[in-house]
Design a protein around this ligand. Sequence first.
Ligand code: KG4
Ligand code: ZN
Length: 334
Amino acid sequence: MKKKNLIILGIDTSCDDTCAAIINNHTVLSNIVRTQKIHQKFGGVVPEVASSLHLQYIVSVVNNAILKAKIQTNAINAIAFTNYPGLNGSLLVGSAFAKSLAMCWQIPLISVNHIQAHILSHFLEGVHSTPPNFPFISLSISGGHTNIIKVKNFLEIKILVSYNDISLGNLFDNIAKILGFKYPGGRIIDKYAQLGNSKTFFFNKPKGKNLNFSFSGLQTNFLDLLKNQMKKNREFIYQNINDICASFQETVFEILFDKLNQTVKKTGIKNIVFSGGISSNLGLKKFFSEKSIENNWKTFFPQLEFSTDNAAMIALVGKLKYERNLFDKFYIKH
Ligand code: KG4
Ligand code: ZN
């Protein structure tokens, strides 16, 4: 079903951000994100609080997206919503809301995979002057996922590498908690790391030929180093915070590079596309910009607005599925 202009409402309530956006083809008309700051107090996302706040915010967030886009509701061709992966209760709110609106307005409903949406955020208008060519390798790094994915075309993806214990976002947020930063602390680690020397401390990297990522060993090793140093000097963290953050980040980047490099060697694909919250990390961009020159890779990073959770990316996958008649029934799970 090809239409000249497709106007799609996207909804994402996969974790703790209530998101709604309107796109016209690949152009973002509005992109509203309401972050639930209350989770900072608990040092992590509390699923029941998240779903309850989604319920409280969703009407105004969707309404703001429509108002900001300056469109009439009858111009919307379809509603796309995240149905997987995410926190169950949170997903249910977006899903029930999307289904009700689609029934009420009698327009198609389209379910969207959140990871796929992060990857395809690179194809929103204005993100790149020239978007990546297919096939490409995606490194999808966030709180909810850590994957290396082969992307054959818009809708055909294959997960090559996953993670065994904690996601990279969990690792960043746990390390931040150990250092005394507020949740979610990934960005704060990055901020201090900019001023530090990454060669000051050395942490263990996973050994062996395990296919998947494993970050729990690095977390334990980090904690051990701090404990040992604090026995000698109680001010250790305070006095070395920049170097601790820079050295931790460097270890993570080396682990990511090692797996990506193996993937490039296996697949022969040198287009590397980063997505998910951690792809906004400044140290990561610098590290991989240098690696891509050394290894002749082409690397792509999304803009900050589209690297963390947002609904414009959900609407975009909705648009691509609409063009291929990939609609869902109202009784789809989530
Ligand atoms: O993609 P995202 O917004 O939500 C999920 O789908 O999980 O990712 C959130 C994660 C959090 O763990 C947060 O600490 C991390 O991304 N994050 C960062 C940075 N910005 C966000 N981690 C490291 N450096 C950053 N600059
Ligand atoms: Zn996400």
